[in-house]
Design a protein around this ligand. Structure first.
Ligand SMILES: C[S@@+](CC[C@H](N)C(=O)[O-])C[C@H]1O[C@@H](n2cnc3c(N)ncnc32)[C@H](O)[C@@H]1O
Length: 342
């Protein structure tokens, strides 16, 4: 290759482009990537990388061109559509963003339809919380969370019944952002009132034996690999900044269940439990379910984590039959609808 990179072998170029990109030296990265593509124009990965380099420089049309080139050369890389959608969104091309994510969804599962309101909330959440777009498979989970929350908020709004909502485990704030956003859509105006976030802001607590049970299930093995004290740590200030559109959210920093002590008695309509481990999952269900209004929902997406699944199963086992409805999804969510006081 020419000039400063004269001594590089062509096969070494992708690695160097990536390093330059990671070091945020975008102009040399862009020049080298273009040079490489003049020799190997069908290299989809390099087109994709060039798209990210343009994106980082807010060169939106060039980024769109390069990402679309990558996708047309490698059409089976569906997850790249997810990046393309986010790039369009950040570049202000909302219609293109929605269409791209809809195409992504259809390719994942032909019957999957996402409302454009969800797509807008999702991309806005990714941007505010600075959450990486991967793994893109979590999109379906978030979509379902958003829809269940929407129906629940509509139900209580129709009854004019005031309710609180809570999230146990917020990490960088993406699910909280989605919940607050969909509540705002239902209520018209909303700044985070009666929304309670419980988190250590120190990451996971220490796993117990229930979390580390030996299993042959590949997903559970993966979960066990992530069951380490301190995983998923995000600082409270970072989350508050990400959720700045909702300044009335109440943050309850500390370890569950101690952080439930001394809370005023309140009626909850929607509770999202996402703390991954046995002990805090069980404690969250035990605290919130009795305080859940009839018609309310408690949901977790940890139903593939061994300890969290055990906690939910034990908790459900303690409920009166016919007082609730349980729905589980292929995305490892367990949704409990409270139908009667038990
Ligand atoms: C998987 S992350 C939550 C992800 C978030 N709900 C989302 O979807 O964007 C798990 C969170 O649970 C919190 N956590 C885990 N164990 C906890 C405990 N015992 N007390 C308080 N927070 C805990 C961690 O700090 C982390 O923020």
């Amino acid at each position: 290759m020419s000039s400063a990179t004269q001594t590089l072998q062509i096969d070494e170029v992708p690695q160097v482009v990536l390093q330059l990109y990671q070091q945020q030296t975008f102009e040399p990265a862009e020049a080298l990537a273009m040079q490489y593509l003049s020799v190997r124009p069908k290299d989809a990965e390099m087109h994709f990388c060039l798209g990210k380099i343009f994106w980082a420089q807010k060169k939106w049309p060039q980024s769109a061109q390069a990402l679309n080139d990558a996708i047309s050369i490698a059409p089976t890389k569906h997850e790249w559509l997810h990046d393309l959608g986010l790039m369009y969104f950040e570049g202000g091309a909302k219609d293109a963003a929605r269409q791209t994510l809809e195409t992504y969804a259809k390719r994942q599962q032909s019957s999957w339809r996402m409302p454009s309101e969800f797509i807008d909330d999702y991309f806005a959440g990714i941007r505010c919380t600075d959450t990486p777009v991967y793994p893109s498979r979590r999109l379906q989970r978030f979509h379902l969370l958003w829809e269940v929350a929407q129906k629940t908020f509509q139900h209580f709004a129709a009854l004019k019944q005031p309710i609180h909502m809570a999230e146990c485990g917020c990490f960088m704030g993406l699910s909280a952002f989605l919940l607050a956003s969909v509540r705002r859509r239902v209520l018209g105006q909303y700044q985070g009132q009666a929304f309670h976030i419980f988190d250590s802001f120190e990451g996971l607590s220490a796993p117990t034996d229930e979390d580390l049970a030996i299993t042959e299930n590949a997903e559970q093995k993966r979960a066990i690999g992530m069951s380490k004290a301190g995983m998923f740590k995000a600082a409270q200030a970072q989350v508050e900044a990400a959720l700045a559109e909702f300044p009335q959210i109440q943050y309850h920093a500390g370890w569950i269940p101690q952080s439930f002590e001394g809370l005023p008695e309140q009626s909850y309509g929607f509770v999202n439990v996402d703390v991954d481990l046995y002990a805090p999952t069980k404690a969250s269900f035990e605290y919130f379910y009795p305080r859940l209004a009839v018609g309310g929902v408690i949901i977790t997406d940890d139903y593939n984590w061994p300890g969290a699944k055990q906690a939910v199963d034990e908790f459900i086992g303690s409920l009166a039959p016919n007082s609730f409805r349980l729905e589980t999804t292929e995305h490892h969510q367990a949704i409990i609808y409270k139908m009667a006081e038990c």
